[in-house]
Design a protein around this ligand. Structure first.
Ligand code: SAM
Length: 280
């Protein structure tokens, strides 16, 4: 298959820069440039967008994003060994790739990028959920990003798109579906990565809605669903006790039976409960 640019194959890049994978950094690399091009395409039309990429590693997805026409890419990588490899890509795409050596959890993307902004990443699994929740729960909406195209362990991807009544339904589904359209766009077996992780993966594409589906305070909603799903076998009158006024009355007032369990309650009712709690 044709390479997407004139840079060396990723295996050669890894050998040249001594990028043996480190488990502590969640390093499972994608070395197939056709695959990274597919993930870049799943991020949508990049031509008029700046792209934030977390954890570029040797740069397979970075190359896909640039080849797909991203206006600019900001790539944030914690592993200093990857920086010279990424610098070669920056040379091949003058003025379009900015590399930051650092921790993605400590970066404010708006310091360096101009909207519209899309986020695309084969995330380190240990910080993936934390970053997603952070991107979904800012006080104000719409957020800095138009879309997120992110790799997760398949089990986490399923939690993001889960519907009420299923085991996977919980805090992630509610926070994601409250303010975005979320769907799984690609399933990947462990062998797609080097080294292969223990579990399968999936790419989730989330598009920010112009405003949340139902009004609610993000902090109150987050607190409620965290408490409700932390003890998901308990009835809500027990798992939510103490979070606001008379919880049993509040539940009844918004049409939730106090004996119901968290996984039975659809998004609209969670938001109604968050509003009732905020006003109590
Ligand atoms: N994007 C590359 C690919 O698809 O081949 C690498 C993906 S690998 C799963 C995750 C990458 O995130 C690694 O390069 C790792 O060094 C980097 N990383 C881990 N923790 C990070 C953090 N806190 N901030 C930024 N990058 C991080």
């Amino acid at each position: 298959m044709a390479a997407i640019d004139a840079l060396p194959p990723l295996r050669a890049v890894i050998a040249e820069h001594g990028l043996s994978a480190r488990k502590a950094l969640g390093q499972n690399f994608l070395l197939d440039l056709n695959l990274t091009a597919r993930i870049a395409r799943a991020a949508g039309d990049l031509a008029a967008c700046d792209v934030l990429e977390i954890g570029p590693g040797p740069g397979g997805l970075t190359r896909g994003l640039l080849a797909e026409g991203a206006r600019r890419v900001l790539a944030v990588e914690k592993d200093a060994r990857c920086i010279p490899a990424l610098a070669q890509i920056a040379e091949a795409y003058p003025g379009r790739l900015e590399i930051v050596e650092g921790d993605a959890l400590a970066i404010d993307p708006l310091d360096r990028l101009t909207p519209p902004i899309r986020v695309a990443a084969n995330l380190p699994y240990n910080i993936g959920t934390e970053l997603l929740v952070r991107w979904l729960t800012p006080r104000d909406w719409p957020p800095f990003w138009e879309s997120l195209t992110l790799m997760f362990q398949r089990e986490v991807a399923q939690r993001i798109v889960a519907q009420p009544g299923s085991k996977a339904y919980g805090r992630l589904a509610i926070l994601a579906q409250w303010r975005s359209d979320a769907r799984i766009v690609l399933d990947l077996p462990p062998q797609a990565f080097t080294p292969p992780p223990k579990v399968s993966s999936a790419v989730v594409h989330l598009t920010a809605l112009p405003s949340p589906r139902f009004p609610a305070d993000p902090a109150v909603l987050s607190r409620l669903v965290a408490a409700g799903f932390n003890q998901r076998r308990k009835m809500l009158r027990a798992s939510l006790r103490g979070l606001a006024g008379d919880m049993e009355d509040l539940l009844t007032a918004v049409g939730i039976p106090p004996t119901a369990r968290a996984e039975e309650i659809e998004l609209e009712r969670w938001c109604a409960l968050a509003r009732a709690c905020a006003n109590s």
